[in-house]
Design a protein around this ligand. Structure first.
Ligand code: GLP
Length: 240
């Protein structure tokens, strides 16, 4: 293991001190104390100080200018992509969201869903299957699973619109964050029929675990989007 990967006690304290300065009062482009002053203050070598400063530089917290010193960087722009529901996503594209063939049931979670929702495989989940449409055209096949304990009676409710609106308005559950993965796939016969495309058509498989602000796992969802109709659009930024 390289020496730099094992900070000594002094290096760790120095790092803590410097991040405290950066987070607590200094503004972007403010000057940091010099290497010499830091070495004296922390009774350590300039090499140790330089390593800590370099590390913070690599993390984008500081930048160094030859001959002028070390300065606080501009804060990084979060590389986040908006968390949308199907309804808000379609509306943002100027399309009218809808649903077909909604089926709701209360079943045992089973091993896979239980693991994703951090509940026992024997615990009950509400499973919703439906084809989501945009301007009446099938766009996405959804399987959503929610712990039944969080949404009592959802399987008997009369609703046919936005699940996230029902979660919020009926149960006071608000999705704040999701872990999501997107991968390419081809459609098997049943999914292709549901989405009105030929078997083996390309699709996106989106897997999402949605959390509320308390970190509770509200939903595990598998959504299959037609690749001929859907694109993933995002704004991305270059880090300084
Ligand atoms: C997307 C997500 C699903 C989520 C759904 C909620 O499709 N992939 O995980 O269940 O949005 O959308 P709505 O509130 O329109 O039902």
């Amino acid at each position: 293991m390289p020496e730099t990967a094992r900070p000594t006690g002094k290096a760790a304290r120095l790092r803590e001190y410097l991040t405290g300065l950066i987070d607590g009062g200094l503004q972007p482009h403010d000057r940091m104390p010099t290497e010499r002053d830091l070495a004296e203050q922390f009774q350590t070598t300039r090499l140790t100080v330089r390593r800590v400063l370099d590390q913070l530089g690599h993390e984008g917290r500081l930048y160094r200018t030859q001959g002028a010193g070390t300065f606080v960087s501009e804060p990084r722009i979060a590389k986040s992509v908006d968390l949308t529901s199907f309804t808000t996503d379609m509306r943002a594209r100027g399309l009218k969201p809808g649903s077909l063939g909604t089926h709701v049931e209360c079943i045992a979670a089973g091993a896979e869903v239980g693991a994703e929702l951090h509940i026992s495989p024997r615990d009950l989940v509400v499973h919703i299957t439906r084809v989501r449409t945009a301007d009446g055209v099938p766009m996405c096949l959804e399987h959503c699973y929610m712990p039944a304990a969080l949404v009592p009676g959802l399987e008997t409710l009369q609703w046919d619109g936005s699940l996230y609106e029902v979660l919020s308005q009926t149960y006071g559950l608000n999705v704040e964050k999701a872990e999501q993965s997107i991968r390419a796939t081809v459609l098997g016969a049943d999914d292709a029929t549901a989405l009105s495309v030929p078997e083996f058509s390309p699709a996106f498989r989106v897997q999402r675990v949605a959390f509320d602000a308390r970190g509770r796992r509200l939903e595990f969802a598998l959504s299959t989007y037609r690749a001929d109709r859907y694109s993933y659009d995002m704004v991305i930024y270059r880090n300084p």
